[in-house]
Design a protein around this ligand. Sequence first.
Ligand code: ADP
Ligand code: MG
Length: 335
Amino acid sequence: MAVLVLVVAGLLLSGCRGVRTEVRKTEFMMDTAVTITAYGPRAEQAVAAAFAEMRRVAALMNADDPDSEVSLINRNAGLEPVRVSSETFELLELCQHYSELAAGAFDVTVRPLVELWGIGKKDKYVPSPEEIERALQLVDYRKVILDQNTKTVFLPVPGMGVDLGGAAKGYAADRAREILKEHGVRSALIDAGGNIWTVGIRPDGRKWRIGIRHPRPEVAGGVLAVLPSQDLTLVTSGDYERYFLKYGTRYHHIFDPHTGLPARELVSATIIGNNSAEADILSTAVFVLGADRGLALTNQLPHITTVVVTPKLQVLTAGSHETELELVYKEGEDQ
Ligand code: ADP
Ligand code: MG
C-alpha cells in the first residue's frame, strides 16, 4: 500500500513538473518578432514544430518572396490563372468574403499601393497624386477570379497584385496554435507582433492577461486595456508600428483602397475573436472603415469584440467580451 501511494505521488510530481516546464522562443519572420511561450512535457518539440509551420505559411504567402505562391499569382497577372494550395485559396476566399462585408475597405489587391508607397522600405517617399491614381486603377478585389473547381487564382489585368499582409500573420498564428494543440500543449501564448493567441489558461490556473497597447504611449502610457483571456485571439492594427513622418503627417502601411492614402479614421483597431485570420482581416478592415462604420460591421458578428481608438484618442468598445475589458487608460485623463 505504501509503495502504491509513493508511486502515485511520484507520478503526480513528474506530471506537475511537465506542466510547469516553460519553453519560450522568439524568431523573426513576416516582418515581425514572433514569440511562443508554451508549457507541458512536449513543449520543446511543440514550439519547434509551430515555428516550422509558421515559416512554411510565410513562405507560401509572402508577396516579397519571389518563390511564394502569392508572387506566382502576381507574376501571372494578365497572363493566366495560377493553381495554388488549398490554404492560400481558402485564405483568399476569406479575404474576399470580408471585402464584401467591409465594402472594399479591406482589399487583397492593394499590392500596387504597397509597392508604390514602400513604407518601411523606401525613404520617406510620398507618391504624387498621379502615381496614386495609376496604382488605384489596379486595385479592385472584385476583379480577382477564384475558381473553386481548379483552385486557381487569376488577376485579369497586368500590373494587378495580391498582398496577404493583412491576413497571413493571423493565419500563421492559427496554424501555430493547431500544431501546439496537436502536440498536447494545453497552455500557451503566441505573440506574432500584434497577433496574439492564448491557448487554454496559464499553468497557475488563471486566465492569461493580455495588454492592448495604447497607440500613443507618449500621451497615455503604455497600456490601453487588459483582457483576461482563455482561448481567444486578439489582433491589433495601428498606425504606430510601420510609419514615417513628413511635414508633421504620419504615413503608415494600412491604405484606404478608395483614396490610395494611409487610412486616417483611426489610430488603432483591436479585434478579439476565435480565429486569428478572421481577426487579422477585420482589424485591418475596421482600421480603414473608422469607428462608426467599423463598429457597424463587427456588430453583425456576435463572436467578435472590438476596441478602437480615434485620432482624438477616444476609446470605443463593443462586443461579447466588452465587459471583461479592464480599461487602463480612460479618455481625457491625460489631455
Ligand atoms: P500589421 O501587418 O502591422 O499587423 P495589418 O494586419 O493591418 O497590420 O496589415 C497591414 C498590411 O496589409 C500592409 O502591410 C499591407 O501589406 C496590407 N494592407 C494595407 N492596406 C490594406 C487594405 N486596405 N486591405 C488589405 N490589406 C491591406
Ligand atoms: Mg490585419
